[in-house]
Design a protein around this ligand. Sequence first.
Ligand SMILES: *Cc1c(COP(=O)(O)O)cnc(C)c1O
Length: 381
Amino acid sequence: MQSRIYLSAPHMSGNENKYINEAIRSNWIAPLGPNVDLFEKELSEKIGVKAAVAVSSGTAAIHLALLLLNVNKGDKVFCSTLTFVASANPILYQGAEPVFIDSEPDTWNMSPQALKRAFVDAEKEGELPKAVIVVNLYGQSAKMDDILSICDSYGVPIIEDAAESLGAMYKGKPSGTFGKFGVYSFNGNKIITTSGGGMLVSNDVEALNYARFLATQSRDPAPYYQHSQIGYNYRMSNLLAGVGRAQLEVLEERVAAKRKIHSIYYKELGNLPGISFMPELKGSISNRWLTTISIEEKEFGQTVNELLEKLAIENIEARPVWKPLHLQPLFKFSRFYSHDDRDIASELFENGLCIPSGTGMLEKEQYRVIECIKKLVEISV
Ligand SMILES: *Cc1c(COP(=O)(O)O)cnc(C)c1O
């Protein structure tokens, strides 16, 4: 059996020990401490925002953003449909109601025209959403100019779910800095990792101070433990923030490596019949977190599931594109706005596949993946 090739395994920089050891030596083994403060400072400086709050997960960061925007029971929140369930679960934590917005073909992200229709209806019904959660899928920014101008015209704030797009750019500005709040994830498979963790960013320093308060059990300033409202235990540990600091040092390297992996796949597979690649919007730089292809079954000669099975036999991990949230049993009662008469997200789900993109992957391992896919095409033509 050949060694396993993972979709996107964690890739240490080598400096993690330095920060962890320092935390252990100084006995800062707590959900606060110098690594947490410095991780927040270093990340906010890198992306050019005024403040950041390190938390236990990207999901927690989204939840805090909804709390800051006062999303409560019965409120509506618009959300990209083609995403991981973590983008929308916090809407349910608040008892609010998600309305899902389709993708568009250029970015695979939120369709501005579907968003516009959702707003027109919401206005007619007299109930605008409290927030719009825009996801930047697989490291590609959504069309933020269009989306911002629509949301601004209705006065509705954006939460940018940039869990997958740290290090990506849109029109010269870092992905995750376009909304009222931005969210990053440092889960094990993300472009940089703390094993588990997240970050909430914003230029609203006061709001983020309040997020910090909520994330530490909403403890009132008093000499004893006093609490006047619901709180959460969402802060990042000082040990894990040490891992994050070491990872952040190599972010640019990781983006370059991800983009190189993508370009090798593109060069080797781009001309095969029936394979196309997730596009990169002009004026943006994707971090290419996961190289994602789309398969035209008739030309390629196999379905996505067949291809997945063949890769699995060769001990290669790949996975389908996210199943759209409007197709999930969990959200079967939620509303959905399609791009036009086509449901783009469902098409991408049916035909899309993420292939191994770990920055620790050896070039010869990548060629194993490439040869496996090429072989299948030869068989089927
Ligand atoms: C990973 C991810 C999240 C959640 O992050 P966690 O840190 O795992 O909670 C949210 N949204 C998207 C799009 C993600 O890929």
